[in-house]
Each structure stands twice: as C-alpha cells, then as structure tokens.
Design a protein around this ligand. Structure first.
Ligand SMILES: C[S@@+](CC[C@H](N)C(=O)[O-])C[C@H]1O[C@@H](n2cnc3c(N)ncnc32)[C@H](O)[C@@H]1O
Length: 283
C-alpha cells in the first residue's frame, strides 16, 4: 500500500515530471449539488452558533475545482466573496457551468431569488477581481501573503476539507484572525483520514519521518497530519472563542503500539478523531 504514494512522492523530485503528470482535481466542488450542500451546512452551523444575518463579506480557504460554494453563498445574499487557494483548480468556464446549475437549484428552493441577482452574479463570475453591480468575486491563487486581504474586512470565513492540507498552519490561522472583523465568525470542516496514503484511516501515523518525507516529495501540499487538538489550540492562541465542535470518533484505526515515534505522545482523543467541524468567533 505504501509503495504507490512513495513512488508518487519520489517522482516529484525529478525536474519537469510534475509538469507532465496529469493535473489533479480535488473532486467535490465540481458538482453543483455538493457546493450547495457545503454552503447550507456551514450556514446552518454558523446560525446555530449565533450568526444573526447572512454575511456581506465571505472568504473561503481552498475552494478546489470550482468556486461553487461561494457562488451558492452569493445566491443567498452575500455581496463580496474572496476565494483563496494555492493551486489554480477552477476556471471561469467551469464556474459559469456550476453557477447555472446552482441558480436553478437555488430558485427551486427559494423562488424569491431574482433573475436580476442571478444575472449580476453571472456578470461578476465573467469578470472576476472587480466589483460588478454590487457583487465582488476574487479568486486569489496562489495566495501566500497575509496582505491579500485587508485586516478586519471579512464577516465570515469558511473552509471544507482544507485545513488538514495546509502546510503552514501557524501563519494561516494568524491570517484568518487578522482578516476577520472583531465578532466575525468562522466554520471549518477537516478530514483527518489517510487520503489514500495508508490502508487504515490513520495509518499515516505509523510511517517514520524519512518515509513521510519521501511520500510528500515536492508536492505543493499533501496532508499535514496535525490532529484535532492542534487546530483547536491554534484557534485559542489566535484570539478565537470556540463556539461549537463536532468530532467523528473512530476505533478502527491503527493501535497506539503501531505509532511512529513522532506520534507516540498523541492523546487518545486525537488518535481517534477522524473528522472535526468547528465554529469559532473572533473575540
Ligand atoms: C480536498 S480539496 C477541498 C476542496 C473543496 N473545499 C471541497 O470541499 O471539495 C483541498 C483544497 O485545499 C487547497 N489548499 C491546500 N493548502 C491550502 C492553503 N494553504 N490555503 C488555501 N487552500 C489550500 C487545495 O489547493 C484544494 O483546493
């Protein structure tokens, strides 16, 4: 099982190889129904955590194949949407196709979504980066500088299946804290399973560091292997109040005795947590 990810990782050390390998896709946001579901899930969780109104300004970390989650948010009444990724997975043609499906789905759910608003959002997708009739869409790729967004300019930040991939968690949480307005809210979902790098869902914690380095190779990102508690600690450290958490606990992973040296002191909770959804408010 470990041979395939090691070979893939090692190939990335050969100059030019990553250019000829097929460009990956993230899956998920290449489907309108998925995008709508993800937005409605975060919206419901944020509302349950005290968010009173649809945010005016929304940022999303790691939108993936399309910016459809943000487009669903714009259809709900968000005016400014900023998407930040490290790989350019999405493009205008795919975003317009997803949007047309999303608009139909949204209208079926809520007939008050006006054709005029749909046309305005469509116009903004076609000319991203500038405000069009009161709607702004910006796709920032690769974002690496905390100054890509103004301090205290964002009402809500979301991410779905992203924070387990982020290489530099410290500076990313610092950026999220800087960009949010005081009282602003965040909702993040993280998947701590192996992403096909090991057979058992947490099997990557059995790999010694030299093997892990070979697996990661020179990829832009893979998984950062950081457990639930690291994310919660970073939220606290960056001035967030954790309003709500939901963990998925699994007992079918590797046993404590199988852990690589790096992970031997991990808590039982972290070892068993395969998924975290968290809502937090900037103090
Ligand atoms: C598994 S995909 C999830 C995509 C989408 N959110 C979904 O639900 O289908 C992970 C995404 O996170 C992005 N990503 C990885 N590191 C990132 C970072 N430091 N900042 C922003 N996005 C990042 C990847 O490029 C990719 O788009």
């Amino acid at each position: 099982m470990v041979i395939k990810p090691v070979v893939k990782g090692l190939l990335t050390f050969i100059p030019g190889v990553s250019r000829i390998l097929p460009k990956g896709r993230t899956g998920g946001t290449n489907r309108a129904s998925y995008c709508l579901e993800v937005w409605l899930k975060h919206l419901a969780l944020l509302r349950a955590s005290g968010m009173r109104a649809i945010p005016r300004t929304l940022a999303e970390l790691g939108p993936g194949d399309s910016i459809g989650v943000g487009l669903a948010a714009l259809l709900s009444g968000v005016d400014r949407y900023y998407a930040l990724d490290v790989v350019r997975f999405s493009n205008t043609v795919a975003n317009l196709a997803i949007f047309d499906e999303l608009a139909a789905l949204s209208k079926a759910r809520d007939p008050s979504v006006s054709d005029e608003r749909i046309a305005r959002i469509r116009g903004a997708i076609a000319s991203p980066g500038s405000e069009r009739d009161g709607v702004t869409i910006e796709y920032m790729v690769p974002w690496s500088d905390i100054r890509v967004l103004e301090p205290e300019s964002i009402d809500v930040i979301i991410s779905h299946a992203v924070l387990e991939h982020v290489v530099d968690l410290e500076s990313t949480y610092r950026a999220l804290a800087l960009w949010l307005k005081p009282g602003g809210m965040m909702s993040h979902q993280m998947d701590f399973t192996s992403h096909r790098i090991a057979e058992k869902w947490n099997g990557y914690r059995a790999y010694p560091e030299f093997l892990w380095k070979a697996i990661v190779g020179r990829r832009t990102y893979l998984i950062n292997r950081q457990p639930c508690s690291v994310h919660l600690d970073l939220l606290e450290k960056n001035g967030f109040e954790i309003v709500s958490t939901k963990r998925v606990v699994r007992t079918d992973g590797i046993r404590r005795s199988q852990l690589a040296r790096r992970w031997r002191s991990i808590s039982d909770e972290d070892l068993a947590c395969s998924d975290l959804t968290v809502q937090a408010r900037k103090r």
